[in-house]
Design a binder for this molecule. Structure first.
Ligand SMILES: Nc1ncnc2c1ncn2[C@@H]1O[C@H](COP(=O)(O)OP(=O)(O)OP(=O)(O)O)[C@@H](O)[C@H]1O
Length: 447
C-alpha cells in the first residue's frame, strides 16, 4: 500500500516554514532594543522558572514555597516586562509566527520522509477467540462501551476478572490456551496486556488489544483508537496482523516501559495510590538529592550511565523530542530498546535541561539491545508497565524481536501516516535543504 508522495508539497511547506521563521525574527527586530531585551528576558525567565521548579521539588518548607513562587512569577514577570516595554502584541505575533513555522517545518519533513508503517499480514478471522476483560479498568470502560456483549456477538468467549481479589491473569490465559483458544485478548491496563501478551507469544497465538485501560500506551503505539475501545473489536472480523517486539526484564515481559530510580521508588510507596502528589512531594527531596534510594549504574550496550536519578527503558525508542510526538513510539518492531537517563544535580542543570532539551548534559538518550542496571543494594524498586515490583540486582532488560503477533483492525487511526509519530529530530538545516529543492538528510534522533 504505497502512498503517492507529491514532490512539491515538502518544498512548499519548507518554504512556508522558513518564511514564518523569518517573519518572526523580523517582527522582533522591528520592535528594536526593547523587543530584543524582552527576547533575552524570555530565556532568563525560562531558566529562573526551571530553577524555581527544582527548588520546589527538592526542598521543603520555606525554600519549597520560595521555589514555587519563583517558578510562577518568572514567566509572569516576562509578560509584565513585555507589556511595560509596549511590545506585548509584537511578542505575541512573533511567538505565533514561530510556532506556525515549527508546525510547517515538521509537516515538511513528514511529507518528505513519511513514517514507514509497520508491515501487516493478511490473516483469516479467529475461530475460538478468548478475551480477558477487567471491569475496573479505565474507570469501568468494559461496561460503558458494552464490550462483553459486542465481543460475544463477534464470536468471542469473555473471561471477566474478579477484581475483589488479585487473580492470576497469566494462569487464566494459559487455561484458555489449553481449552483451545486460537487468539488471546485483553480489555484492560497495560500491565495486564503484558502478562497475557507473554502467554500469547509463548504459544505463537495472535494477541488482541482492547484499549479499555486508563492510559493505553501500547494501544496508542499500535495505532488503535484510544477513545473508542469497542472499535478494537473489529479486529475479530476484519483484522490484519503485525509482528511486534516484546521487552524482557528479568523473567517478566513488558510491552511499554521499565522504570528505575525516583519514579519506581515513589510508586512503591504504600501511600502512593491514595495521595499521589503528596507522596511524590514528600519523597522527591531525599531521592533527588541522593539521601535515599539506591545508587544506580546502567550499561546500555557499550555506553555507561552513571548514577541516573531516573532511568527509563522502553520497548523500542520513543520519538525524537517533539511536542506533538512526545510520548509516542514510531514503531514497535525495530528490535532495539530505547534508553533515557536523567541526572540533574542542581538548579543550574535544571535550567540547562529546560533551555537545551535533549542537548543538555544531564539527559542521555540511547538505543541498545541490552541494558544492565546495577545498584549498591541487592534489590531495587522497578516499575514494569506501571506495576510496582522489587527485583534483584543486576536487572537485565532485553528485547524479543517480533515475538508477538498482534491482531489489529484493518482500519485504525494510527495506520494513517499523518497520525504516526516521527522518528526524526527537527533540524532547520534539513528544512532549508528541502526549501531549496534538495532532499533532507536521513539522520535519526537519539545519542
Ligand atoms: N489481576 C488482577 N486481578 C484482579 N484485579 C485486578 C487485576 N489487575 C488489576 N486489577 C484491578 O483493576 C484495576 C484497574 O487496573 P488496570 O491496570 O487494568 O487498569 P487501569 O489502572 O485503569 O489502567 P492503566 O494500567 O492504564 O493505568 C486495578 O486498580 C486493580 O484493582
Amino acid at each position: 500500500m504505497g502512498e503517492v508522495v507529491d514532490g512539491r508539497r515538502p518544498r512548499r511547506l519548507a518554504r512556508l516554514a522558513l518564511l514564518c521563521a523569518l517573519a518572526a525574527v523580523a517582527v522582533i527586530a522591528f520592535t528594536g532594543p526593547h523587543g530584543l531585551l524582552v527576547l533575552l528576558a524570555q530565556f532568563v525567565g525560562l531558566a529562573l522558572m526551571a530553577a524555581g521548579a527544582w527548588w520546589a521539588i527538592t526542598r521543603r518548607a520555606l525554600l519549597r514555597i520560595a521555589g514555587a513562587a519563583l517558578a510562577v512569577s518568572a514567566p509572569v514577570a516576562v509578560i509584565v516586562l513585555a507589556y511595560a516595554a509596549e511590545v506585548l502584541l509584537f511578542a505575541a505575533i512573533g511567538l505565533a509566527l514561530w510556532l506556525a513555522g515549527l508546525a510547517c517545518a515538521r509537516a515538511a519533513l513528514r511529507a518528505a520522509r513519511p513514517p514507514r508503517p509497520m508491515p501487516v499480514r493478511e490473516v483469516p478471522p479467529p475461530r475460538r477467540p478468548v478475551l480477558i476483560m477487567n471491569p475496573s479498568s479505565g474507570g469501568g470502560k468494559v461496561e460503558r462501551f458494552d464490550l462483553v456483549r459486542r465481543a460475544e456477538d463477534l464470536g468471542a468467549r469473555v473471561v471477566l476478572l474478579d477484581t475483589s481479589g488479585r487473580q492470576d491473569v497469566a494462569e487464566l490465559a494459559r487455561r484458555a490456551v489449553t481449552e483451545g483458544a486460537d487468539l488471546l485478548g485483553v480489555a484492560g491496563g497495560d500491565g495486564t496486556q503484558a502478562l497475557v501478551a507473554a502467554v500469547a507469544a509463548e504459544h505463537d497465538l495472535p494477541f488482541l488489544v482492547v484499549s479499555a485501560g486508563t492510559r493505553n500506551h501500547f494501544a496508542m503505539d499500535l495505532g488503535l483508537d484510544r477513545a473508542d475501545p469497542a472499535s478494537c473489536l473489529d479486529a475479530l472480523r476484519d483484522g490484519v496482523e503485525l509482528a511486534v517486539d516484546l521487552g524482557r526484564v528479568g523473567d517478566r515481559t513488558f510491552v511499554n516501559t521499565v522504570s528505575f530510580g525516583a519514579y519506581a521508588q515513589i510508586v512503591q510507596s504504600p501511600q502512593y495510590r491514595d495521595a499521589k502528589t503528596a507522596t511524590a512531594l514528600d519523597t522527591l527531596p531525599d531521592l533527588l538529592l541522593g539521601e535515599s534510594g539506591a545508587k544506580l549504574t546502567a550499561r546500555a550496550d557499550d555506553h555507561r550511565i552513571d548514577a541516573p536519578q531516573a532511568l527509563l527503558v522502553s520497548n523500542n525508542p520513543y520519538a525524537a523530542p517533539d511536542p506533538v510526538d512526545l510520548g509516542r513510539r514510531p514503531r514497535l518492531d525495530g528490535g532495539v530498546l530505547g534508553v533515557l537517563g536523567i541526572r540533574v544535580d542542581g538548579a543550574a542543570q535544571a535550567a540547562e535541561l529546560v533551555l537545551r532539551g535533549d542537548r543538555a548534559a544531564g539527559l542521555r538518550l540511547l538505543s541498545a539491545r541490552r541494558v544492565t542496571v546495577e545498584a549498591d543494594v541487592p534489590e531495587i524498586p522497578v516499575a514494569v508497565d506501571g506495576e510496582a515490583l522489587t527485583l534483584p540486582t543486576p536487572v537485565i532488560c532485553t528485547l524479543l524481536h517480533r515475538a508477538l503477533r498482534v491482531r489489529v483492525p484493518r482500519d485504525r487511526p494510527g495506520a494513517n501516516p499523518a497520525q504516526q509519530a516521527h522518528a526524526h529530530r527537527l533540524d532547520w538545516r534539513d528544512v532549508a535543504r528541502l526549501a531549496l529543492g534538495r532532499t533532507a538528510s536521513s539522520r535519526t534522533g537519539g545519542r
